[in-house]
Design a protein around this ligand. Sequence first.
Ligand code: SF4
Length: 242
Amino acid sequence: MLKIHSIETFWTHEWPWIRVVVFMQWCKLKCLYCHNPDSINMSGWIEITKEEIIKKVKQSKAYFGKKWWITFSGWECLLQAKELLPLFEELKRLEYHIAIDTNWFIYNNDVEKLLWFTDLVLLDIKHLYDENHKKLTGVSNENILKFANHIEKINKLFWIRHVLVPWYTDDEKHLFDLWSYFKDFKNLERLEILPYHTIWVYKWRELWMSYWLEWVKTPTNEELMKAKTILEKNIEKVFIRR
Ligand code: SF4
């Protein structure tokens, strides 16, 4: 049984293709700017079987033409890697393109097996410097960088997603160091800059949780373009995803 937040069967934004997106429940990070604080904990989830997901996915096949795409996102999908394995196996048998959107904090044998069936990894890198990563997310980035190196080693195609948060992740040295770190990764296909937003702050208020970044503004176009210019020195395919 899988614990999910929701399923979108016609997801057209944020992704380069029309996709089914399964949003899994639960995350071990505590990002200061989390857009879904309601789903960090294992509560309020929907329980669903592999068969029910396959049924939903098949019902949406009409949109897709010849290629069928699905993404497992979160919060953090890999926390349920063991439960996802039979589903991935079945989706691959049905010739789906499978992507996982992950902060890659967790790694175990089940995750390794899941990678066999995964076509594309969308890897969230919150901050390159460990101390800053801890401040932003509550955890070290040691495992995350270790596993970024692992997917490069096993030749798995991946994208990096980086949230540009003014005052936290946008200084020139950090951006330069971050992408210098990844510039020789041959399997890095694309790098996306995601502008920090405040549209979900209301969720924190509704949950009576303190939102510490209330004073931080969404980066301006100028700031986004500046970050893109720095990153493009090292990596060809840099995009701003709004
Ligand atoms: S990794 Fe994503 S889901 Fe988890 S706390 Fe951070 S923003 Fe929220």
